[in-house]
Design a protein around this ligand. Structure first.
Ligand code: GLU
Length: 299
């Protein structure tokens, strides 16, 4: 265990909290509390096209309704773009402009990642310079070619995980064609700037972690520890999201309804055998239950 612990919940404000994001919030909150640590909240709004006005404040109100109070000030990534620019300058010798469209990359190479996600592996078309007739769109980070770069780490929930980022991802985007900062860069810069020691989030981000570890190494940043909890699926086996029919968190519902319909089901999903008659009682039971669950797993 790190001597001090700082965790975080980092929602994208693309809609209200739902069972899927509540599970991620709860797991990160419980892990911070079980370690006597700090729990920060960061709004990841770099993808300005996907932001839904008011969703950030709605999510924050939901967390408070659930009794999940964050430490310190909430930060918004759109207010931190100077930090991403500084990181880009630091990476400059490994960055190149790319003129390929998503379509061109999809036509050339499409692979499935370890968890079945479709991965667009960049074939390296612009690595040695923009192809004739192309204009610069995105900025990409060079991945080592010989030998391939294999990044391995031990996830506190999922166990050993290894990815050949050269073969499975390729040179990845740092600043997007639309001018927005890529999630991979912003998340790494902010986690370090906020002193995050432990990242607890959904397993849909497991295959992003090797890219983040690689970026941390290039930027000289300390790697945090990772714990990826299973993602909540709908009846069709799709990751729960607004698009796949997730029910929005109702900030106006009475506490006993939130307990019964949100907190207890999220805790059950995480494998916590807790019962409680109040939100306060719920957290009193859930923090030690989480610690026991993890102890069993980390043995
Ligand atoms: N903003 C990301 C999301 O809402 C989470 C990022 C992270 O936890 O690293 O899916």
């Amino acid at each position: 265990m790190p001597a001090s612990y700082t965790g975080r919940f980092a929602p994208s404000p693309t809609g209200p909290l739902h069972m899927g994001s509540l599970v991620a919030a709860m797991a990160s909150y419980l892990d911070a509390k079980a370690h006597g640590g700090q729990w920060l909240v960061r709004i990841e709004d770099v993808d300005k096209d996907r932001n839904v006005p008011g969703a950030d404040l709605h999510i924050l109100a939901s967390l408070q309704r659930c009794g999940m109070q964050w430490d310190g000030e909430v930060v918004w990534q759109t207010q931190r773009e100077a930090l991403y620019e500084a990181a880009l300058q630091q990476l400059a010798e490994n960055i190149y402009p790319c003129g390929c469209s998503r379509r061109e990359i999809a036509d050339s190479q499409l692979r499935l990642g370890q968890n079945g996600n479709a991965l667009l592996v960049y074939p390296g078309t612009c690595r040695e310079g923009l192809a004739p007739g192309k204009t610069a769109r995105a900025l990409r980070l060079r991945t080592p070619q010989q030998p391939h770069r294999i990044v391995s780490f031990t996830d506190r929930w999922a166990g050993a995980y290894s990815q050949d980022i050269t073969a499975e991802v390729g040179d990845f985007v740092i600043r997007r064609a639309d001018g927005f900062w890529a999630y991979q860069l912003a998340v790494v810069v902010d986690d370090a700037a906020q002193g995050i020691t432990d990242i607890v989030r959904g397993a849909d981000l497991l295959d992003s972690t090797p890219r983040q570890l690689y970026l941390q190494e290039l930027l000289g940043l300390p790697p945090p520890r990772y714990l990826h909890v299973p993602v909540v699926l709908n009846e069709q086996g799709e990751k729960l999201s607004k698009q796949t029919g997730a029910r929005a968190f109702d900030n106006g519902a009475p506490a006993e309804v939130l307990l019964r319909e949100a907190l207890l089901p999220a805790a059950r999903f995480l494998g916590l055998g807790v019962d409680a008659g109040s939100i306060e009682g719920f957290w009193q039971a859930a923090v030690p239950a989480w610690a026991r669950l993890l102890e069993g797993m980390e043995k």
